[in-house]
Design a protein around this ligand. Structure first.
Ligand code: FE
Length: 138
């Protein structure tokens, strides 16, 4: 039984739709090299959407400079949009963060974030698609 809100595609479909780095990170739980991602230092106002399905995931309002080398947020745009899974790979116990809509790998969440929530969502740029806030109406 599939959830109608979920996006489900075959690995072949994802491979065709996504560029190779986005595919490697989102569908194969890859990690981009530290300080290599296009959004690491971005401070523009807007929304970071899922690179695979377009779901709004993180607002620039919660982005902060963690010094880790990956885009870091202290909260998701909405509690429902991201899920967490235990990740025991690489000899560590970490909480993997996934897009709840398409199950793409986004990154990990750590309990060493800033005072707002104490959480650090450490997210790959390759999993995100930034949309700048519209300047209309200003
Ligand atoms: Fe997604």
């Amino acid at each position: 039984m599939s959830d109608p809100k979920k996006i489900e595609k075959t690995e072949q479909q994802w491979r065709q739709e996504l560029d190779s780095e986005t595919y490697r990170v989102t569908r194969q739980a890859g990690t981009e090299a530290a300080f290599s991602g296009k959004y690491c230092d971005l401070k523009d106002k807007g929304m970071y959407n899922c690179a695979a399905c377009g779901e709004p995931l993180f607002s620039s309002d919660t982005k902060y400079d963690s010094g880790s080398g990956w885009p870091s947020f202290y909260a998701p745009a909405d509690a429902e949009v991201v899920g967490q899974k235990n990740d025991y790979s690489h000899g560590m116990i970490r909480s993997e963060v996934v897009c709840n809509k398409c199950d793409s790998h986004l990154g990990h969440v750590f309990p060493d974030g800033p005072v707002e929530t104490g959480l650090r969502y450490c997210i790959n740029s390759a999993s995100l698609d930034f949309k700048e806030e519209s300047k209309e109406g200003e």
